[in-house]
Every structure is written in C-alpha cells, then in structure tokens.
Design a protein around this ligand. Sequence first.
Ligand SMILES: [Zn+2]
Length: 1210
Amino acid sequence: MNKPKMASEKGVPSNSRAQILLAQLEKLTGDGMVRDPEMARQITSKLLHLIQTQEKTSKEVMSKGTSGMEVILSSLESTRDIPTILNILCILSELLTLGKGRRAGVFVSKGGTAVLLRILISANKEFPPNEELMLQVHSLLAKVGPKDRKLGVKARLTGALNVTINLIKKNLQNVKLLLPCLQVLRVYSANMVNAISLGNSGAIELMFKIVAPYSKKNTSLIKVSVDALVALLKSKTNARRAVEGSYVSTLLALYLDWHRNDTWHRHTVIRKGLLACLRNVTNIKLGRRAFTKADGMRILYNSSSECLSVRTLDPLVNASSLIMRKCFPKNRLPLPTIKSAFHYQLEHVLASGPVAQRYSQPPGVDDVVDDSDDNEDTEADTENDTENEEDEKECRSLNDDIEKDINKLHPQKIPSRPYEELRVYEKFFVELSEDFQGYNFESPTTSSPAQSAQSIVVPTPQALPPNHITAPTAQNVSNASAPAPTIPPLQLETSQFGKDFNTKEEAHNQPVEQDWSQAPEYVSLNADEMRVKQKGSPISAPKPTQSPLLLEGIAIRCLAAGGGGSDCGSEGGEDEGSEGAVLEVPDTAQLLPLHDLDLYVEMVKGTKSVPHYTEVAYPDYFGHVPPTYRESLLERLYGVQRSKIFQDIERLIHPNNIMDKVVYDLDMPSCPVIESDGESLRFNSKFESGNLRKAIQIRKYEYDLILNSDINSNHHHQWFYFEVSGMRVGTMYRFNIINCEKSNSQFNYGMQALMYSVQEAISGRPRWVRTGTDICYYKNNFARSSIATGGQKGKSYYTMTFSTSFSHKDDVCYFSYHYPYTYSSLKMHLSKLEAMRAPEIYLRQDVLCETLGGNSCPFLTITAMPESNSSDHICQFRNRPFIFLSARVHPGETNASWVMKGTLEFLMGTSLLAATLREAYIFKIVPMLNPDGVVNGNHRCSLSGEDLNRQWQNPNPELHPTIYHTKSLLQYLAHTQRAPLVFCDYHGHSRKKNVFMYGCSLKETIWQSNISAASSDLQEDLAYRALPKILSQIAPAFSMASCSFVVERSKESTARVVVWREIGVQRSYTMESTVCGCDQGKYKGFQIGTRELEEMGAQFCVALLRLKRMTGLHNHQHLLDLESDLIGTQPKVVSCPTTYVMDEDEPSFLEAVDYSAESNDDDTEVDLEAAASAASIATTEDGGEVPDRLSDAESNNHDAWKSEPVTSSQ
Ligand SMILES: [Zn+2]
C-alpha cells in the first residue's frame, strides 16, 4: 500500500493535537510499527484518549479532505502488536459510533472491512485467540457490515465465517463476546450462499441453543439470534434442515410461550422474529406439512385471535395470517371440471387451436397440484417464493413487451388483398354511390329515405359469399326449444321498425300494465310466445295485496307516458323509499326513450344462446334509469381483508360449523338444486349474459359462488350477473365469488358491485345501484393445476367478497359486476333509434355477418342526408371523411356498450352539434363485435374460446367472422383510398380509474425502448395526440395522464395496432373506460354510472367535431401545426413525457392487498433492515453468488402492488 499523505486543507489546522498524532502515526506506519511497538502504543493510546475526551477530535480525523482514516487503517494493517491493534480498534469504534452511516461508508470505501477480516483470521491463529480483540473486531464488523455489500463474500473467501461460528460455539455462556459475534453472523447470513455454508456448519442447531423460552434476561441475545435464524432459514436447504431437526414444533412452542408470557408486549420484536422463522420454514412443502402436523394452524389462529384487540400487535396477526394462508391446504374448486359448463360444438376446430388443446386434455387435469416448491430437491437455493417470481416475470415481460422491431413500427401499407376479393364489401358503402335521384328533398318528412329509397336499405345477410355465413349447428337445429325458426334472426329493415314505431303507443302500454299487475316471477320465453310464469311467485303470490298499489303506480305511469307531463329532473322523492312514493313513479318511457319492454322481448326471441335461455332478467326487461345522485367510491375499512381471511381459516379449524349445502349447480340436471325451503337463498342466472355456475351455502347467511368459464374455455371469470330471491329483510348476507382470476381488482379500491331490486323497479325506481360493504379481493386457497393453466404453474384463485342486506320482502334481486348491457338491448336500442330517426339523418343498418352462434352482427352507417341531389351536394356527401367505431369485443366490458350508446344517441340527436357532426363525417359503426360472448355471459372470449381482440392480424372467417369482416371493411376503405380519419375501439378497463386511450406512436415507442433509430423515424407528426388531448379538455371522466401511445408486442394483433399498421390509420385508438370510478376531474371520488359513461360517448363525438373544425379551416399541413398548438406549449413530443404507465396507479393500502404480513410494520429493527438491504444488493462478483432477494419489507410491499400489466385487458 502506498503511504497516504497527510492532507491539511479545508480549514483543518494541521498543527492540532490530533493532526500531530496522526502525522506521527503516519511516520511510524510500515516498518516503524514493528521496530517501535512502544511508540505505536503511545501514539494510538493518546489519540484514543483525545477522541474519547474531545468531541472535535473525531470530526478532525474524519473531516472531508483529510486522510485520517487512511492513516489509521494503514497503521492497523502494519502492526502485529496486540495492544496497538486494540487501541486502533477502539479509536475506530469511537469514530464510527458517531456520524453513523457516512463514517461507516468512508471506512468501507477505504477497505476497512478487509483489514478487519485479516486481523480476525490472524488472531484466530493464536490459541486461544485474544478475546478482547475478537470482541472488538466483531463489534466493528457488526457496525460497518451492513454498509459493505460485499462483506458476505469477503468473509466466506477469507474463512472468517468459520472463525465466527466456532467462536459462538465455544462461548455460548460468554454473553459479552456472544452478542457481537451473533450480530456479525446475522449480517453474514443475509447472503444466501453464506447461509447454506453456515447451515452446514451447524448454525441452525446453534441458534436454537440460544433462542430460549420467555425470559427477561438476555433478550437482546435472543433477539439477535432469532434474526440470524430468520436469515438462515431463508435458504431452503436450511429450512429443510430445520424441519428434519423437528424445529417446527419447537418454533411453535417458543412462539406460544412468548405470546403467553410477554403480557406487556415488550418483546413483540422477538415474537415477530419467531413468526418470520415459521414463515421461512413453511416456504417449503415439507415445512408446511410439519407445521400442519404440529397443529400450527390452530396455534396461530388462536394466538392471533387473542391479539386482534390490540392494534399494535397487528404485525403479529398479519404475519400469522400469512403463514396460515400459505399452509392452508390448496383445494380444487368444487366442480367436476373447470371447463365451461356449456360446450359449443365448433364446426371447424383448428388442431392447434386453444379449444382442441383444451378438450384433448385428460380428465381430472384440473386437479390441484401443490407444486409451488416442487423443485426443492433440485433447487440451487434461489429462494424465490412463488409470488415474487410471478411478479418479476410480469415486470420483465412488461419491459420486454415494448415493440423494438423498427419494421413493425412502420405503418405497413401492404396490398393486403386483391380488390376483387374486397369488392363484395361495396354493399356496405352504398353512400358512396347513392345519387338520391328518387328522393324528394322538398318534403322530407313524407318521404324518409330510409323508408322509401330502396337502394339505401341494405338488409344484407347475403352481402357476403355464402361460405362466410356459418350454418346453424346441429345442436341448434335439433333442439326443439330453440328460438322458433319462423322468427327472422334480426330484423333490421327500416320498414319493419317504421311500423313498430307507428304502433308503438298501444303496443307499449297494454301489455306492460298486464305484466306488472301480474308481477311475474320472471319473464319467460316459450318457443315463439312470451309467457308470464306464475308458479309460486315471490312477488305476487304470497302478497297479492301489493298489486292494487302497484296497479295504481302503473296507471299513473301510463298516464304520464301518454301525457308526457313529467320531466327527468322531477325525481326528488326517490330516496324516501316510502310506499307513498309509488304514486310519483317517474315516467320511464320518457326517461328511457330507447327502452321498450315488448320490443325487448321480441328482440330476445331472436337472440341465440348456447344454453337456449328462455328467461329474461328483470333488469333488462324493465331497463335502468340512473339515479340522480352520484355514488361515492367506497372507503375501505381497516382490516377487512384480514377478518375475511380469518373467517376462511375458521372453516378449516371448525369444519363442523360449515353447512356446505349446494343450492345452485348448473352441472346438475336438476338445477336449481334447492327449490324453496326457506333456509337458503335461491339463485338463478339462466338468462342472457348470466354466468353463475354454482352456489354453495357455507354459513347461514354466507354463500360461495362459482362463475362459469367462458364457453369452450376453462377460465376467464370476472364478469358476473345472477339473480337472488328468497331473502330475509334486514339480514346481512355475505357473498364470496371464489374463482376470480386477476391478481388485483378495483374492488380493493372503492368499487362496489351493482344490485337491481325488482321491488324497487315496480315502485318506480328501475335501476342498478352500487351496493355492498366489507368488500375485499384476495387470494384464496383454491387453485388449478399447471396443465389446466396451459403448462405454467398451478394458479391460485381469488375471492371477491361483499356483504349486503335486502330491504324488501319477497324481492327478486340481481347482482352484477357492472351495468349489464345485453345483445338484445343493443338490438332494441338500434331499432328504437331507427324508429326515431329525423328525416335529415342518413342511417343505414346492415348485418355485417352472422356469428358462430347464429346471431347477427349489426353494422351502422350514420351521416347527414345531402342538402339536395345537386351534384355539388352529392359530391360533398360522398367525400365526407369516415370515422370508424367499434365496441364490446370483450363481452365482460359492458361499460363499452354504454359509452357506445352515448355515442349513438348523440349522433342520432337533434342538436346543432350533432347535425354539424353528421354533415362533417360518415360514421361506420360496429357496436358489438362479440354478440355471442355477450349473450352467453362470457367475460372475454367468443364461442371459439378465443379472445377476439387478439385475432386481428389473421382473422379466420369461420372462427372469427365479426373480426374478419370488420377488418375487410377497413381494407376495402384503404383500398379505395378512403381509410378512416379516426378508428376507435371501445373497451372497459378493470384495474384503472377514469377513461383513457391507447394509441400508436412510432416515436414514443422508439423513445421508450431505447432502440436506435434513424432520424427519419422520428419524423412523426402529433396528429395521434390531438383527439385524446381534446377529450381530456372536454370530457370530465377522461384522463390524459393515463393514456399511452407505446406499441407493445403482446398487442400486435389487437384492433388498434392492426388498423394503425395495416390500414394506415394514424389515429387508431382503444378507448378504455373504468368499471370503477374517477380519481381526477369533476367525478373525482365517485363511482362511474351509465350517465357518465353515456356522456363520455357523447363527448367523444364533440371531440371529433373539434378535430373537424381544425381540418375544415386549414389544409392538412396546417392541421398538424394546429394540433401541435392544441397540445400545448410543448412543441416536441420528447419534451412531453410519455404516459406509458408501468404500474397500477393505485396507492397501496395500510393493509396490503395480498400477502401483507410485513409491509406496513413499524419495524424498529434498524439493524435488520440495514442488513437486509445490504444483502439485497450483494453482487455476483465471484460467480457463485446468488443475487439476494429484496428485504421482506420491500418484497411484500411490492406484492401488494402486484398486478398484471395495466394494459392487458384491452
Ligand atoms: Zn377489452
């Protein structure tokens, strides 16, 4: 080592006492120390004295710019004289005690730890080693160790590990020496390789000799050794060693002893440490088995129950809960198979497709395989717990997911298909050839084009070559109870609905009166006639006295409907809920101009479902009038998750208290299983969009519910819609949906489920309301096998739980994930819109194609009629730019339909804005891309068992007809140089708040992915940003901050990316609406309702008008500048930070969402934390090192935030 030079800058007087001593020491360093040990002793002794007595001395030595530490360290290195060494160690100890972190950091950076280890090794060669020296060295190492991330490696390489462990073995009674040795051991053990090595040297057994039952003595010793044990047991090898040594029951006994005796809770740190040991041991299957065998579940359950009342003991309860959940035996769902209860026989099954694979699996493949640590025998002690592994994978895949292939980022103007092939789609663009010669512009009211001009009406099941139309399946044909074939599947001809419109009043009123007075149990469709079922109706039969009152209500309602007297705002009395309010029934015919009960039933008849549903759910029949008040986000109570989990654990501890009574089961032919015994709720979901598969009564007022998988699939559950009846008034019921799949949910962040009460509806309040308390979403003990999940690990399910009570006797209530919007509702709304069409509106409804299930996919054209049939006007008419919209490719995202409803109503409206908009554009709209999924209660897929929004690159005309033909329409437009100005696909987002957009930007993607790109690639105009920017200014629910314009690889077959790349539409978007609510803007703090969703759809139109104004005033080049201006002061996108969001944007809870034990503890164990963080950054320098995990606190916290990539649900 070069001799360091004494520096004396920075105002430190070079002639101070300390400096003089240091200078003398420096002179001695080297041979001098050996030659003149007495002098060395004197100088170091004086220096020590000075430091101990004068505070400024240590500052002088350690001040910046001086080399005091170097001098001290080099003198320490060059001396072999024990008293001198001890003096220097004491000096260091004094210096490092103050100024904490920084000084220790300086010490480490100057190589201090290596010097200490060398002294340790050489002192160990003496026999017996100098105890004082060992004590001092270990004390110092314990102090600086956490600052040196390589200490673990150095200690192992120098052999210091063994020195320390041997020292501990020989000094079990020597508390003074034992304590620093244990502290150092704790630091060493944080390194995983060290932990294994120490385990081999008997460290586990050694720690159990020190950790003792409750005692008031030596608690610091016990605490440190428990900490060391926690670190050691993170290694699976060590955990196995502990299990084999029967230490699991020892740990439980120790914990129980401390729990019982530490009555003043002075040693919760030790208790927590013991739990942490148990937690680590139970990371291996062997450990979980031993834990269960040692009655661990009961011990921890009882002890934590006793802790519940003391809030400061929460960390103990949380830690116990975490261990219990882990050891809770994994179960398969109580189902014969997790494959969907209904199967749809596909005509064409691709051998390599998901359906073929799924159905070729051997039976019983759903069986749970608890293999979360099955690799324990081959493990190299990587020590990932399952959760974190998934986390990392997700995180990594998210970063990897950004598209980096520059070729794929360029719009790809391939001549996709020959024009001959696309020519059949000409029929969907009649407006481009229509000359309106037969149309009378003078008196348009008498000669509406949609009714008279034959050429406009294109009811076109034949629009496509026959081979594109799926024939009805054998199943459909053979079943006699299928919707009558005499009824046309979907009658979108205007003439048909013109007629309906004319006769609406009578057709509307009479049957309604009749229906409501009879108060049906449910509306039923029987073959070709709607019939009202009366058997034991809970509403009418037991209490017919209700009817007169209801009748009056209806009568009033009908009068109002005729007179049109009441107005939307007059719902003042709606919250009173008294019977008297019935007389002031709101006129739903006025409030819901697009709702028509009879028409709805007609529409249902033409809707084809795989289970052949014959019932109509009341909410869809009556319609939904949004309440006039806003519904706040639910504030989450502290400890909800924990109490729910404890109730789940209680099932295991006290199985006799569980009823386990199946009350509804689609897999049983006799479903519903329970007719009516007064002791159980009755369930039903055999109606459009319903998807309850099984209901099990667990306790008197608690039910486990299982949702059906998407048809031809074995998963995708999130959406739910079911009916409940037979309830008791005022009783709190708990519902647990136990097969949810996503790892987190907005149910943890203020969202409530929706409830619809039929009694409320017939009292004049037909509406869905947010409902439920004690709402929580957490991982449960049900799982499925790795084979069932497609070769990955077996996956756990999640429970969504909520409690609610009912306020009406003999009610029929419905629960739903989000405001339902059925396919039949869409058809009803479309025909009403058509019937109410003003003459100046050009509206055409075509059938794009038939779905696999035999339902028609509607396709709309909306624009303004030309001013006249002069060639100028016709020319303007034909040359309007196209706007192409679609929605509901994902059936569970009903919010998308409500937004679409808002868009359609606005477009068909009479406002000046709407008229201007229609004159500006031609709208082409596919309002429901996945009718089959919607009808059958799917969450994500179509009948092919596939996510249709992953098929856009190469849609199969047989399996994905709606996508195939929608894409063809766009290809046709591109081919005729008429690609739309804007393409937008409406979606719903289940894990974020607000409404926002995803778009495609070459530049922002390149920028995010850090790939090098030619400067020409960065020449991208900002047109894609204009629309979302306008929306953020005018739509209160819209949030620009949540938008993203980065192209991800996993999304390359979505509508947005394909339309951008293949069709060349720069403004190609996905618009995502929250299912929960808003955390910004006017609706901040409120859950979203249909009013807000529809408003969003209308604002989308207004935004298009603004976009048009800019294009109308300027030519295209100017437009870009204008849009840039609009975007704000930042002229370059680079200066405008991208909005690519990597994480959920939700704050974490005090009570973490998932495994939550340690994330929020008030951990006073600074030492442990420091040690853990030191360990977490240990490097792989020597190749054999295993990168250490995050500290517990960090990883658990991360856990709480764990989520799938936020964009994944589009
Ligand atoms: Zn979606």
